[in-house]
Write a protein that binds this ligand. Structure first.
Ligand SMILES: Cc1cc2nc3c(=O)[nH]c(=O)nc-3n(C[C@H](O)[C@H](O)[C@H](O)COP(=O)(O)OP(=O)(O)OC[C@H]3O[C@@H](n4cnc5c(N)ncnc54)[C@H](O)[C@@H]3O)c2cc1C
Length: 453
């Protein structure tokens, strides 16, 4: 085992494993250590049980600016290319095509969707169509069946999208990384990193069992914990996170594909949508719900202290939170979701306000909730603008990177890994093989890298 690893990656979710792949496949890094605190790969947000399994391209996010939509399209196309390059038997477990649309319900949403479609979105996504009730009914009969004829609906659709088992994809990245036998790869599970200290030109990473590992570069791919670690390293003063928990209901299969709802601007997380389940062709999932759990992991109250530390609470944090909660749409969503938690009326209210807006005929006894399914979206609060930031972010220090990954962080995994791998090789004086990357992904690594800088 290397005495000092070139790179230590902390966290074996989709972000950490895609970086392991990128380093092994496209750089001349000699040794990488991946440390994960749980017993396996992708047990938290990257597990297919805990997220919506959508490969996001920006065409179903009506809350994105056109620039953001373009960026998400470029980045997620890398992930799609990687998935499509897999041999048949793996690809089928990782990715599946499915019809995908954004549904507007009621005249106000129909009007707004049309405006967004016509004001540039269709130029960014040339196959995107704005379709009416009749066309919706042909694609998804259960959206129109039993609906009040007076209720206006419309949709936008690019025809198809993709569902991805991001947990399986993470496993595939590891298998692919190990194919390069010139790189020493060590993966250790059940080791929680508690401290990282710089000593000269390397870092010492200590785990809860008291073991120490040395690395020249440390990449925190620790999801909801990354901002906590960045603040611990004294690096980030202008961001905080507001954790938004999300759970899922399910019913028998009611829809052919993914049906997202119109998302209002200013809200960085998706409204409740309906999706097929890549693990079970017989069900439709509805979610994610919106909760404010005051913890960094679902069902783990013990993470409250770390959550508070990741706030680094001051006047800017207070003003940012105040602004966010003053936003009419945020307040509306949070209040609605508080009602969904009330025993007895909660489920009834959820089905009426959310599920029946998509599938009008679904009845309460057909809907099941699994409390063990779902995750936490670390929504970023930008204390400079005093608003939510949309999407994922990266904090870069000397020899350190911290990836904060709310949705669509899983879709962005290959792009995120590319940026980290270039940063790491630059820092270590090693090489990133741009030619090999450009050939495999049919794009220019440099362009993608500079769009992040
Ligand atoms: C409800 C919900 C729906 C979502 N839907 C989508 C979607 O449809 N499409 C999409 O693209 N994205 C979606 N996302 C976002 C996506 O799930 C995340 O962006 C992605 O999974 C983040 O991956 P990650 O590897 O960064 O974090 P995680 O998967 O959370 O992995 C972080 C890893 O770090 C480990 N770790 C943390 N602390 C330590 C420590 N101290 N020591 C060692 N290990 C540590 C954890 O155990 C974990 O394994 C959704 C998220 C949620 C919650």
């Amino acid at each position: 085992m290397a005495d000092i690893f070139d790179v230590i990656i902390i966290g074996a979710g989709i972000t950490g494993t895609s970086l392991l792949y990128m380093l092994s496949r496209f750089t001349n890094v000699k040794s990488v250590l991946l440390i994960e605190k749980y017993e396996g790969v992708a047990t938290l947000n990257s597990s297919s049980r805990n997220n919506s399994q959508t490969l996001h391209f920006g065409d179903i996010e009506t809350n994105y600016s056109l620039d953001k939509a373009r960026k998400v399209k470029t980045i997620s196309t890398l992930t799609l290319k990687y998935c499509m390059s897999l041999p048949d038997r793996f690809r089928k477990q990782v990715i599946e095509q499915c019809p995908t649309m954004v549904l507007a319900v009621g005249s106000e949403e129909v009007e707004q969707l049309k405006k967004i479609y016509e004001s540039g979105l269709r130029e960014v996504f040339p196959t995107l169509q704005n379709i009416d009730k009749g066309e919706i009914g042909k694609l998804e009969p259960n959206i129109t069946a039993g609906r009040d004829p007076a209720e206006e609906i419309s949709a936008i659709t690019s025809g198809h999208g993709y569902m991805v088992n991001f947990g399986k994809l993470a496993e595939t990245f590891i298998e692919d990384a190990k194919k390069n036998t010139k790189v020493e790869i060590k993966i250790i599970f059940n080791h929680k990193v508690v401290e990282t200290k710089r000593t000269g030109d390397y870092f010492t990473v200590r785990t809860d069992g008291g073991e120490e590992f040395k690395g020249r570069f440390v990449d925190f791919s620790t999801g909801t914990y990354s901002l906590y670690f960045a603040k611990k390293a004294g690096l980030e003063k202008n961001l905080s996170i507001l954790d938004i928990g999300g759970g899922f209901y399910e019913s028998r299969r009611m829809l052919n594909g993914k049906v997202y709802r119109f998302q209002h601007s200013g809200i960085p997380f998706a409204a409740v949508h309906a999706d097929p389940d890549i693990n079970n062709p017989n069900v439709t999932r509805y979610g994610p719900t919106v909760k404010i759990p005051l913890s960094l992991e679902k069902g783990k109250g013990g993470t409250l202290l770390d959550y508070i530390r990741s706030f680094d609470f001051d006047l800017d944090t207070f003003t940012s939170l105040k602004n966010v909660f003053m936003e009419k749409n945020v307040r509306r969503i949070i209040t609605k979701n508080m009602v969904y938690d009330i025993p007895g009326v909660g489920k009834r209210s959820f089905i009426k306000n959310e599920v029946n807006k998509i599938v009008p005929t679904l009845r309460i006894n057909e809907l099941k909730f699994d409390p063990n399914v779902g995750g936490i979206r670390p929504q970023i609060l930008d204390e400079k603008t005093k608003r939510f930031a949309v999407g994922d972010d990266k904090i870069r220090g000397k020899g350190l990177t911290f990836n904060i990954t709310p949705s669509p962080g899983a879709s962005a995994c290959v792009g995120n890994a590319l940026v980290d791998a270039i940063d790491i090789t630059k820092y270590l004086g090693l090489e990133f093989s741009r030619d090999n990357f450009d050939r495999m992904f049919e794009t220019e690594a440099e362009k993608i890298y500079s769009s992040y800088s």
